[in-house]
Design a protein around this ligand. Structure first.
Ligand code: PLP
Length: 461
């Protein structure tokens, strides 16, 4: 697309209004206002354009969500049709809408076996808040009300509501607002760079990292622990891919103590890892009782999230539970559900998830791995359509840059300048591109990333 085909915006005026009025999420407003926001005005396929006409490959799928890419007319049509027919009605008080019911029936067709019920929310954060309510309700109904503690991991991300931020293990979030809430506790993440021992194999590290769950269960008291929650691959924490030995051992420990296992699939769901849900990837291979989803369910075109409730919990909740006193005005919003149906149908009918597993993700892995020869780069890794690398000051001795330098943010800015969105998480640079990326687009993205690494290195000299 040529810049003059773009919608025209007055960038300076928008920046001024933004600085005057807009409090951005996870942003230092004062420093943002000094620089001015980048205004994104259009998207098509795997590319976005800013208001100054710059074309950028979106290596982060918006915010891990635009799985089908931008500009899908089928999703637009689904929303338009539903808005013209019935833009909104609720699912409280014994009513439903066709899209909410059809989506509730469609999701079990793509979910792992044993998931036949869904509770809709607007977001992943609300999904995880719903999980806390469901877990507590389940154990109350099971006659074990003392089972209230949920164990999560440091540096996990489970959302921004009080519950989501408490389940998450982000210290920067816990410091603001006296979190976590009582009844939520954390173990270390399976990140070998941070917690590995010299000479330890990835396999042994994975088993040792999982053993921290058992130690925590025994510390809290096995009869008091309700559940363990984890992302199959930690996304916002920096694409932390655990060793293959980790999740099976977590599963064994959950089974041994009867814990509910919760897979937060807000990022990993809907094909991101080349399977409908991340827990189905052979590298993960867990059997959760509850699954949180959001983002990729609509490819981000409209907000929708929810919880897939496995039979173990659903049976108790439905047969013994009576009213579940929980819900949002927009639980099962028909327009969002209509878009989700179109999105899931497209992922299915176009074979996107299978293509990720057999073609796109292996190609991304191979091309991303070529960055390993760059002097700044180490620990290149990917699983499905998420990938990450570490920026090292000295690769041979695995010496990291001084954190105050913010080398990741320098690199991220070079990426933007060179036309690719990459995210920085401390020493890690990560991507999660749209699932529909072609080989040629992957090649172009990798070239732009390499150029940005070169520019970062040149700037450090
Ligand atoms: N869980 C995970 C794993 C996430 O990555 C996110 C968001 O990035 C959330 C939950 C929260 O989702 P939302 O931002 O839709 O509330």
């Amino acid at each position: 697309m040529k810049p003059n085909d773009l919608p025209q915006f007055d960038t300076a005026a928008l920046r001024a209004k933004d600085a005057a009025h807009h409090l951005h999420p996870f942003t230092d407003t004062k420093s943002l206002n000094a620089a001015g926001s980048r205004v994104i005005v259009r998207g098509e396929g795997v590319r976005i354009w800013d208001s100054e006409g710059n074309e950028i490959i979106d290596g982060m799928s918006g915010l891990w969500c635009v799985n089908l890419g931008y500009g899908r007319q089928d999703l637009v049509d689904a929303a338009t049709h539903q808005m013209q027919t019935l833009p909104f009605y609720n699912a409280f008080f014994k009513t439903t809408t066709a899209p909410a019911t059809e989506l509730a029936a469609l999701l079990p067709q793509v979910a792992p076996p044993g998931f036949n019920h869904v509770f809709f929310t607007n977001s992943g954060s609300e999904g995880n808040d719903t999980i806390i309510r469901l877990v507590r309700r389940y154990w109350d109904l099971m006659g074990q009300p003392q089972r209230k503690t949920i164990i999560s991991r440091h540096n996990a991300y489970h959302g921004s509501t009080l519950g989501g931020a408490s389940l998450g293990g982000m210290s920067g979030m816990h410091e603001q607002g006296d979190l976590p809430l009582p009844g939520i506790t954390h173990i270390d993440q399976p990140y070998q760079l941070q917690h590995g021992k010299p000479g330890e194999s990835a396999h042994d590290f994975g088993l040792r990292a999982a053993s921290w769950l058992e130690a925590k269960i025994l510390e809290v008291g096995a009869d008091k622990v309700a559940a363990f929650i984890g992302e199959p691959v930690q996304g916002a924490g920096g694409v932390i891919i655990p060793p293959a030995s980790y999740w099976p051992e977590i599963q064994r420990i959950c089974d041994k103590y009867g814990l509910l296992l919760i897979s937060d699939e807000v990022i990993c769901g809907f094909g991101r890892l080349g399977h409908w849900f991340g827990c189905q990837h052979p590298h993960i291979n867990s059997k959760p009782d509850l699954i949180t989803f959001a983002k990729g369910v609509t490819s981000g075109y409209l907000p929708l999230g929810g919880v897939l409730v496995g039979d173990r919990v659903a049976k108790v909740l439905i047969e013994q539970g009576g009213d579940f006193n929980h819900g949002f005005t927009y639980s099962g919003h028909p327009t969002c559900c209509a878009v989700a149906i179109a999105n899931v149908s497209a992922l299915r009918n176009e074979g996107v998830v299978e293509r990720v597993a057999t073609d796109t993700a292996p190609y991304l892995k191979a091309q991303f791995a070529t960055l390993a020869d760059h002097p700044l780069v180490g620990d290149v890794d990917s699983l499905g359509m998420v990938a990450g690398l570490v920026l090292y000051k000295d690769n041979a001795s695995r010496t990291l840059f001084d954190a105050d330098l913010g080398v990741g943010y320098l690199c991220r800015d070079h990426c933007f300048k060179n036309g690719v969105v990459m995210r920085a998480v401390e020493e890690r640079m990560i991507i999660a591109p749209p699932l529909v990326m072609t080989h040629a687009e992957i090649d172009e993205m990798i070239r732009r990333i390499r150029r940005s690494l070169d520019d970062t290195l040149a700037g450090l000299r």
